[in-house]
Design a protein around this ligand. Structure first.
Ligand SMILES: NC(=O)c1ccc[n+]([C@@H]2O[C@H](COP(=O)([O-])OP(=O)(O)OC[C@H]3O[C@@H](n4cnc5c(N)ncnc54)[C@H](O)[C@@H]3O)[C@@H](O)[C@H]2O)c1
Length: 355
């Protein structure tokens, strides 16, 4: 699949849940040139998550925006009419903080599970009332694999979770199952993409629990010392936000992806051999070094692994994205160093809105 997926969106009505957040707003920016009939953004602006009106202020006239606590997925009365008029939905609303989900599992349950059941109930009602066609792409997470048996790296979609690292993985895994259950029972086309460590412009930057790389970028830009737990040897699979958006668009546009789960990741098997793309799988320590070099500021130091964080540590993680490559032609295009450079540049110009 080349670039032809782009024409799929022309004339479509598209709903993005969590659309004022990091990923949703990046998606909205990329959708506008594809000439959809309507892009609807819905976001409850849950405190301390990534919703930020600055994320969409330069494109607001191209969007229909429903922002604020009334526009919560749990509010079926408000959300159902938006589903009714949509051809496809990027269901990106959620809580991203792993640490937050451990400290407050009920909060995570509310946003990552219960809210989505309300959303799916609204979808069901639309279908029962005669809606003809609906496709939903759900944003899953690598956290659904929990603590991965290291001999299964890079992890592919068939890996079954054995040990959860935090409540978020459990909630999001259940929610993914619910999407497919509603899909098969009520005639909704469903796909899910399990995202890894995303980074880039418009990310929440005031919470160390939401994305280690973005937090490192902030610390380095502020001339602080980045702490590497246990030497920072853990490998992570980092994906630049534009690559993630490219995957969302390709999955939504293809019928082949209906009923399927996809990993986003940096290992892709081509002609039977794994290729590691973009140098995107890197130890946390090496990433810190790269960030400090590119930001031209900051330092890093190793500290013992904090006892309270050990249970959250999944071990090395990197994903096999061959299925995404084979089905829709996706592969990461932005190498890690380039992505960090673009991100630092963005925050140099926009720091006051994100710090
Ligand atoms: N950012 C990552 O590294 C990453 C990794 C894996 C998975 N994901 C998934 O991708 C999706 C998007 O993540 P993001 O980084 O853009 O997060 P974000 O925090 O920037 O955006 C999420 C948005 O969802 C909104 N929201 C949450 N619950 C809602 C509800 N019940 N009703 C309406 N709005 C609600 C929040 O207000 C927020 O603006 C999430 O589902 C997340 O779990 C992200």
């Amino acid at each position: 699949m080349g670039e032809e997926y782009r024409s799929f969106f022309e004339g479509k009505k598209i709903l993005i849940t969590g659309g004022a957040g990091f990923l949703g707003s990046a998606l909205a920016h990329k959708l506008i040139p594809l000439k959809p009939a309507k892009i609807i953004i819905v976001d409850a602006m849950i405190p301390n998550l990534g919703g930020n009106l600055v994320n969409i202020r330069d494109i607001e006239e191209n969007l229909v925006v429903y922002i604020g606590e009334d526009w919560d997925l749990r509010n079926e009365e408000k959300i159902k009419p938006l589903i009714e008029e949509s051809d496809c939905i990027f269901n990106l609303a959620g809580n991203v903080s792993h640490i937050g989900s451990t400290e407050n599992p009920l909060f995570d349950f509310e946003l990552n599970l219960r809210a989505h059941l309300h959303f799916l109930e609204s979808c069901k009602k639309c279908m029962q009332e005669g809606k003809e066609d609906l496709k939903i792409l759900y944003a899953g997470t690598r956290d659904q694999y929990g603590k991965v048996d290291q001999k299964h790296l890079p992890v592919d979609e068939s890996y079954l979770i054995q040990e959860a690292t935090d409540p978020q993985g459990i909630n999001k895994h259940a929610t993914e199952f619910f999407h497919f259950w509603y899909g098969s029972h009520f005639g909704i086309k469903i796909s899910s993409v399990r995202l890894t460590n995303l980074y880039g412009p418009r990310h929440v930057m005031n919470d160390p629990g939401q994305g280690v790389l973005n937090w490192f970028i902030r610390q380095a830009m502020d001339g602080e010392t980045l702490e590497l737990w246990g030497g920072g040897e853990q490998l992570r699979d980092f994906n630049y936000v534009d690559d993630a958006v490219d995957a969302l668009l390709r999955i939504m546009a293809s019928d082949k992806t209906n009923g399927e789960i996809y990993n986003l990741g940096s290992f892709i098997k081509k002609s039977g051999l794994y290729e590691h793309l973009g140098n995107n799988v890197m130890s946390v320590g090496k990433v810190a070094q790269l960030v400090v070099e590119i930001a031209g500021n900051g330092a890093f130091t190793s500290i013992p692994y904090p006892e309270d964080r050990k249970p959250l540590e999944p071990g090395h993680f990197y994903a096999d994205a061959s299925k995404l490559y084979n089905d829709v032609g996706w592969e990461p295009k932005i190498p890690l160093a380039e992505g960090i450079r673009r991100t630092v540049e963005f925050y140099r110009d926009n720091k006051e809105h994100y710090w």
